[in-house]
Design a protein. Structure first.
Length: 332
């Protein structure tokens, strides 16, 4: 975990890991998408602009969805909404998708062809974004004894989740029990620590590491250290890159003659993978709302089910249509 890459001297501007990985992902995806657009005879600049709008609207949408589904942690401290922590990928996909549909329609671009290209770019961006999630400490997995398990530092999102009950995930007791002295608040001048009462400790903050006593630091490094969790960020990054590569080859060899097929295939394959990976994650609350098909699943699992159904439906529709005859010059 390394949420801050470095600080620029003199101006004290901190470069965040998550944002940096998003920019790297966007630039890589943009390069690939422009090559695909030229090969399909489309305007690469329009595709590039669409990618930029997708990035911006995706970040806004993923933050909004995260805030809605984790509102309790922002209650009374709305300024923390703008911190680097907390994004929900599928929320960004939905919001960005709506923005892209409007933009491509206004530009009179062939919608399905453009969405095929953007789907590949989205998976590339997701692969880099999940590496950013690992560095940021969000989207963490469940506790595991597996050799692939990783540990996060004291006071990380994963650590806070383990030392507190989580009613949103039907967990009434903490996974890791630590002394009450670790919970409390900073004084007004931020120079001293005020321990919380036992009955209010789970509503309090964790004691900053720099204020821990030597014996408390030994506990944090020993029996009170973070339990190992699945590296779900790296797993998601791996399958996003793999899916992007496979879909790029799929589009080059065959699917470019059937506009919409690459996008639809990405939808149902990604939906299946995300449905599975959510079983290994431990950060999203369970949902029982009226719109959920999977009561007790997470928001992402329910959205994934809709993605699978929609993707399969579009796949069948595209396959029933005659393939497009490509008369455009092939550009490399």
């Amino acid at each position: 975990m390394h949420p801050k890459l470095f600080e620029i001297p003199f101006i004290h501007l901190t470069i965040q890991s998550y944002g940096t990985m998003m920019v790297i992902g966007f630039l890589t995806a943009l390069w690939v998408m422009r090559r695909m657009a030229r090969r399909a005879g489309l305007d690469g600049e329009v595709i590039g602009n669409a990618g930029l709008y997708a990035l911006i609207s995706g970040l806004v949408g993923s933050k909004l969805f995260y805030v809605v589904h984790h509102y309790d942690q922002f209650r009374g401290n709305l300024a923390s909404i703008f911190s680097g922590s907390g994004f929900e990928f599928l929320g960004g996909v939905i919001f960005a998708g709506a923005v892209l549909l409007i933009y491509l329609w206004k530009m009179k671009m062939p919608l399905r062809m453009c969405l095929d290209i953007l789907a590949v770019g989205l998976m590339i961006g997701s692969g880099f974004g999940r590496i950013g999630c690992l560095l940021n400490g969000c989207c963490y997995g469940k506790v595991t004894d597996s050799p692939i398990g990783i540990r996060f530092p004291y006071d990380s999102l994963a650590y806070n989740s383990q030392v507190r009950p989580d009613p949103a995930r039907n967990r009434t007791e903490p996974l890791l029990k630590i002394d009450d002295d670790f919970f409390g608040w900073l004084s007004t001048d931020k120079q001293s620590w005020i321990p919380a009462r036992p009955d209010e400790k789970y509503e309090a903050a964790l004691k900053p590491y720099k204020m821990l006593t030597d014996s408390q630091k030994e506990l944090v490094a020993g029996p009170y250290r973070c339990l190992k969790v699945y590296p779900t960020q790296l797993i998601e990054s791996g399958y996003a890159f793999t899916l992007a590569s496979l879909m790029f080859v799929f589009w080059r060899l065959w699917a470019s003659r059937r506009p919409g097929l690459t996008m639809a295939t990405v939808m149902w394959i990604y939906g299946i993978l995300r449905l599975w990976i959510e079983n290994l994650r431990d950060d999203n609350p369970f949902e029982y709302a009226w719109w959920t098909l999977y009561k007790g699943g997470t928001v992402s699992q329910n959205i994934s089910i809709y993605l699978i159904l929609l993707g399969v439906g579009i796949t069948m529709f595209v396959l029933l249509k005659a393939p497009r005859v490509d008369t455009s010059p092939k550009k490399k």
